[in-house]
Ligand binder design. Structure first.
Ligand code: PMP
Ligand code: GLU
Length: 398
């Protein structure tokens, strides 16, 4: 069958592919520890489920406005003011999307096309580059360094921007490196952005998951000009453990929201009606549970970082946010496994899956083939057991 040529530009999403592979092995009775999906292992809090159930009971079974029910847009607007210090008009500057992923897809599709460039610091989450490519735009990957904590510097950005630069992507806290940009670093980046005509796509989905006193900062808060130039992307999946609900949103100036509304109206229409009521309950309800969750992630973070760094051939920069460890594995390239020499991050990922029964996601999809990503949104027990399995498997390499 001949598919449309655009499909040749789009690889399958490696995070979910690895997760599915691990689930299949588990179903066959293999005791796999999955560090694959970036998905909280906690259940959605009860009061949020109740919000959705109540919505259903009250008849929220119909289409809603494409951009979402007013109550959710108002809750998002209030939450952004309280938690990010940003004010957006719920009528014109907020759109609810089917997961944060649809915000990425729609934002890029309404803003860029052939001839445009999208600057993407790497390593970074797996969707921006393929979706930018799908629009016809050119992704410009900026390789960050471990020395700079996997963060793009303003200098690096200055070297790649031009009149063609339409969007600069910032994801802080970052998936997969866990880096968190400081206010000063973002201010320097904002200065470069303002010297061009570019916009910033600021993916803040891990904004509530930070450690060691680090705080997430939004570039949209720097000035009216930066606010006008920034799209803030956020969602419910990570903060409230609502990955399956498919609920996210974008905050931006009215004409951008209007364009995203038009595109969404021709594709998914609205996010699921009763899920939106759960979203209202999440934002308006108590956030007390979150401190406990972050404390648990933090304990796992410490265990996985210490464990990975204690394995010869692996080393990891301490993540300051999100729930991923992104160790460098390139030192074990060239070593011999039972299925051949390990040559790249995919070989290492498959070796660890087959021989340590631990699933991670190869770094190639994140824009750097020297790494493998492990999500520590799993129990401390799994983290400890997984480390010992990985240690044993790496030790067996020839
Ligand atoms: N942004 C980042 C950085 C992510 O890691 C993810 C992964 N879930 C998303 C956006 C999208 O999440 P969702 O579609 O579940 O809201
Ligand atoms: N974002 C998560 C991850 O990186 C979930 C899977 C996906 O949407 O890519 O694993």
């Amino acid at each position: 069958m001949r598919f449309a040529s655009r499909m040749s530009k789009l690889p399958p999403i490696p995070t979910l592919a690895m997760n599915t592979k691990a689930a299949e092995m588990k179903a066959q009775g293999v005791d796999v520890i999955s560090f694959a999906a970036g998905e909280p292992d906690f259940d959605t809090p009860e009061h949020i489920k109740e919000g959705a159930i109540q919505g259903l009971r009250d008849g929220a079974t119909k289409y809603t406005a494409v951009r979402g029910i007013p109550a959710l847009r108002e809750a998002i607007s209030d939450w952004a003011e309280e938690h990010k210090g940003l004010r957006y008009d719920p009528k014109t500057e907020v759109i609810v999307t089917v997961g944060g992923k649809q915000s990425v897809f729609n934002a890029l599709h309404v803003l860029v096309e052939e001839g445009d460039e999208v600057v993407i610091p790497a390593p970074i989450w797996v969707a921006y580059e393929p979706v930018a490519t799908l629009t016809g735009a050119k992704p410009v990957l900026v390789q960050t360094s471990e020395e700079n904590g996997h963060k793009m510097t303003a200098e690096q950005l200055r070297e790649v921007v031009s009149a063609r630069t339409k969007i600069v992507v910032i994801n802080s806290p970052c998936n997969p490196s866990g880096c968190v940009y400081s206010r000063e670093e973002l201010e320097a980046i904002a200065e470069v952005v303002l010297s061009t005509g570019a916009m910033v796509m600021s993916d803040e989905i891990y904004g509530k998951i930070t450690y060691d006193g680090e705080e997430h900062v939004s570039m949209a808060g720097f000035s009216d000009e930066m606010k006008a130039r920034t799209l803030v992307l956020d969602g419910f999946s990570k903060t409230y453990a609502m990955t399956g609900w498919r609920l996210g949103y974008t905050l931006a100036r009215p004409e951008i929201i209007e364009a995203m509304d038009t595109l969404q109206g021709q594709s998914t229409s609205n996010a699921t009606s009763f899920a939106q009521y759960g979203g209202v309950a999440a934002l308006r309800g108590s956030h007390e549970f979150l401190d406990g969750w972050v404390a648990q992630y933090d304990a796992r973070r410490k265990a996985i970082v210490e464990g990975l760094n204690s394995i010869e051939g692996l080393s990891v920069v301490n993540p300051k946010g999100a729930f991923y460890a992104f160790p460098r594995v390139s030192e074990i390239f060239g070593r011999q496994g039972p299925d051949g020499v390990l040559k790249n991050s995919m070989d290492v990922g498959l070796y660890l899956l087959e021989h340590a029964h631990c699933a991670g996601v190869p770094g190639a999809g994140f824009g750097n083939d020297n790494y493998v990503r492990f999500s520590y949104a799993t129990s401390l027990e799994n983290v400890k057991e997984g480390i010992e399995r990985i240690r044993a498997a790496v030790g067996q390499l020839g």
